[in-house]
Design a protein around this ligand. Sequence first.
Ligand SMILES: NC(=O)c1ccc[n+]([C@@H]2O[C@H](COP(=O)([O-])OP(=O)(O)OC[C@H]3O[C@@H](n4cnc5c(N)ncnc54)[C@H](OP(=O)(O)O)[C@@H]3O)[C@@H](O)[C@H]2O)c1
Length: 434
Amino acid sequence: MRSLHKKGREWRVGVAGLGTVGAALIDLLVERPGFAPAGGLATVTGVSARSRRRSRSAAISALPWFDDPVDLARSDANDVFVELIGGSEGPAKAAVEAALAVGKPVITANKALIAHHGAHLAVLAEATGAPLLFEAAVMGGTPAVKMLREAMVGDEVQLVAGVLNGVCNYILSEMEASGRGFAEVLAEVQRLGYAEADPIMDVGGFDAGHKISILAAMAFGRAPTFATTEVEGIEAIQPLDIRMAKDLGYCIKLIATATRSDVGVSVRVHPALIPLAHPLAGVRGVSNALFIEGRRIGRLFIQGPGAGAGPTAAAVAADIADVMTGAARPVFQAPARRLQPFAAMNVASAEGRVYLRLLVRDEPGVIASVTESLGATGVSIDSFLQKPVEAGAGVPIVLTTHAVAESVLNEATRRMAALATLLEPPRAIRIADV
Ligand SMILES: NC(=O)c1ccc[n+]([C@@H]2O[C@H](COP(=O)([O-])OP(=O)(O)OC[C@H]3O[C@@H](n4cnc5c(N)ncnc54)[C@H](OP(=O)(O)O)[C@@H]3O)[C@@H](O)[C@H]2O)c1
């Protein structure tokens, strides 16, 4: 390990990735090099990105340039390496590995990298004694990782649940406010620059999946295990679902949860109905929010910006301050060599209440055939709504069930899908229990 606690002196920072977050971080460090009260000065002494020819701010253009982020990561010209390139593989991973291998502290905002390779990188980091910090990887400027890494460490966390993807939350909020469909709102969000040209990481639930894998690892002292995280996106949510949910007293959100119980740990992302009075229902637009529940502390709720240049750069700077002031903890609460992955959860036995949307032919006996299919598999109906016929074929029917195991529900929806009276496969959305 290098000499890390260099109080009172200059900390030389290498920044790889000069996009939204990287450029904002350099602005922050130029403006406030002494931002860490007890840590000395942080100055950027090297930068790297994909294209040297791209036009950048005068502050960035004046800095020493490295064509290869791996060379920057290894260079003796800096004491701390900040990775803001993104992506779970390629140059981001290679550069982080290179810095850790030479014992250099690494700070990254890269959720995909930590969710996929966090355990391997933690072993590297702890072998050389180099801190590996990633506050900005989850909820941007809102300090979720530090909350679990530091404030909750004296307790046993039972539940982490929240709204972790601003793009999905914005789309669902807009669909609710305007009555427009998913595709139309997504196109608008792309025009506004909130969503990538390829939005699958966001709307498919993968980005939230990366984040909840990391939070679960921090909360339960395990290796982040994205491969066993159950992920479902918001693409199939229709304006009808949002209207029906509202009539039933709910809104629809993309919810990420990690829970620990006697039967193990479950980590998943899926759209869910949230009661309108629940604090998560009030999280609008691109905001993120998180519940953390500890056995002794009880429930904490944090809400704030989940992305954006300034907030994310400030979270990266907070990690730089931790390095400058010498804070040292295991990367994921337990020593990296002892970290166990999460086992794949047994989804089939997970129980919960469910919202079911069906589109049926407008003819007698349809409702009886639906309730028969449910009754035959032991699914018990809690409420039933039939909406007046609108333009287009079929009559929408919505029902909510009492708690039902997922395997039982799947059997019921399989039976219903086979009914000639159904015009499309049944659509199930869980009713959140958070
Ligand atoms: N944006 C946010 O609000 C936010 C919030 C939380 C976390 N994050 C995370 O922060 C990281 C950076 O996000 P961002 O939004 O700043 O990304 P971005 O705007 O797309 O910037 C990416 C930067 O990486 C550089 N880059 C791309 N491929 C490269 C390669 N092969 N070799 C070297 N450099 C390469 C790009 O170079 P050029 O400039 O030459 O194209 C660019 O400077 C990601 O991990 C992201 O998930 C972002």
